[in-house]
Design a binder for this molecule. Structure first.
Ligand SMILES: [Zn+2]
Length: 447
């Protein structure tokens, strides 16, 4: 499809038919991204107050919470109350789901389930309006790089289950009307990637979207077989869902010859930030309000999310679980949208030492990075705290090379635990299709 027609005709009609007003939200976001920080704050506060009053009137869960703060009527709801509301925990959603859905909500509710890194499924609802803003904010992030809505896009995505669910009509419609193709993130064998390369050359997407681990893998293949991709280069790579490590970014940018724009979000929290060409992750502050719970001396703490447009099942101060930091210095790109600093993932992303020391998996990655030509790895901490490291590298490393790594890991954890290395051809993704670099089987902290 001609990209202009896709952007101005096919995509708006498609979104409307699905019940979303994505393109109107997109236009609105393109306007509001030029606001200064004072006006952005006013807009946020206005939306927040409306949402709080709505929660008081329609959502039993928050009615109770406000009553606990001594509120008796709507006029008493003020912005000052917001930070006195206790954060909403996953357990609240699990146990009080029905009370969190707005009474008499007129829009359509969409049911979601998330596995989460803990493996316990969580059911929650979003609504069409919230999804429209969420999709629009993603589209805006790409437009910062000149990739407009309707541009040809290829995703490396999904678990086989999800891909099987796509019917032939949907595949046809996505490709020929919306310029969108989804490729499997599972078949990363040389044969599979050679087939993908053929399609990429033929379709010439401007945007490639996927997990950093997968795109890194594609880049390594592209580096080995550049002729398979001749004549095609994307304009933007967007990474999502996992932490993007600097070595992955360097390799992807070098091989694909274009910038990487990192996207950050979570299934339950929605789209929370998109990197701009100046390298900062901007928060779509018109749509979400982010706070840090109990920040440490460096400003890092657990992320709380409020979706300002989520009226079907409002989440006020929802604890996403990631450890992040908010930055307050202005971005060189000129936008006043606030920015997110480091994202260190969830508590479950940690290895634990006998004395209770928590080491983030990223630290272990730094140690492993000393190994040359390492293609993929996975760290598993067993219940007895010993560690298994799976490595993809051919030929395998010599025992001499591994000794130093083992010693460093033990030093990092302050303990002489067994660290075992094994070599495999390929490390498959987890059930959700997401690559997990660390799996902790430790049930409780030793302390
Ligand atoms: Zn910026």
């Amino acid at each position: 499809m001609n990209e202009w027609i896709a952007q101005y005709v096919a995509l708006p009609i498609h979104e409307r038919l699905r019940g979303r007003r994505t393109m109107a939200c997109y236009q609105s976001l393109r306007q509001s991204e030029r606001l200064n920080s004072t006006d952005l704050k006013l807009l946020q506060e206005h939306k927040l107050l409306m949402l709080m009053r709505y929660c008081w009137a329609k959502v039993p869960f928050y009615q109770h919470r406000f009553q606990e703060l001594g509120i008796e009527k709507e006029e008493q709801i003020t912005l000052g109350l917001f930070q006195r509301l206790p954060p909403v925990e996953r357990v609240d959603v699990r146990e009080q789901l029905n009370d969190m859905v707005a009474r008499g909500y007129k829009g359509r509710l969409i049911r979601h389930t998330t596995g989460g890194s803990t493996g316990e499924p969580l059911v929650f609802y979003t609504d069409m309006d919230k999804e429209s803003w969420h999709n629009a904010a993603k589209l805006r992030g790409r437009a910062w790089y000149g990739v407009e809505p309707g541009s040809r896009q290829v995703d490396f995505w999904g678990s086989p289950v999800e891909l099987d669910k796509l019917d032939a009509f949907r595949v046809f419609k996505d490709r020929w009307l919306l310029n969108h193709i989804v490729l499997s993130a599972f078949d990363l064998t040389d044969d599979g990637l050679a087939r993908d390369a053929m399609l990429l050359r033929q379709f010439c997407p401007r945007l490639v979207y996927g997990y950093p681990t997968v795109l890194y893998h594609v880049a390594l293949f592209m580096e080995r077989q550049p002729e398979a991709f001749e004549g095609w280069r994307p304009e933007l790579i967007t990474c999502t869902s996992e932490v993007l490590y600097p070595n992955q970014r360097r390799k992807i940018e070098e091989v694909f010859g274009c910038p990487v724009g990192d996207e950050y979000g979570s299934r339950d929290g929605g789209h929370l930030a998109h990197e701009c060409p100046a390298g900062r992750r901007h928060i779509p502050a018109e749509h979400v309000l982010l706070e840090i719970d109990k920040p440490d001396e460096e400003g890092v703490g657990e992320l709380l999310v409020t979706n300002l447009d989520g009226y079907g099942m409002p989440l006020l101060r929802y604890r996403v679980g990631d450890l992040v930091k908010l930055l307050d210095d202005p971005c060189p790109c000129g936008m006043a949208l606030p920015t997110l600093g480091q994202i260190t993932g969830r508590m479950t992303d940690f290895i634990i030492g006998k004395d209770g020391t928590l080491i983030h998996s990223a630290a272990a990655v730094y140690v492993l990075r000393e190994l040359s030509d390492l293609k993929q790895f996975k760290i598993i901490q067993r219940e007895d705290l010993s560690i298994d490291v799976m490595l993809v590298r051919s030929p395998p490393y010599q025992e001499e090379q591994l000794k130093g790594i083992r010693r460093k890991m033990q030093q990092m954890l302050h303990m002489e635990i067994p660290v075992r290395f094994s070599f495999v051809d390929f490390i498959p993704p987890g059930k959700s299709g997401k690559y997990v670099t660390l799996v902790s089987e430790v049930k409780e902290s030793p302390q």
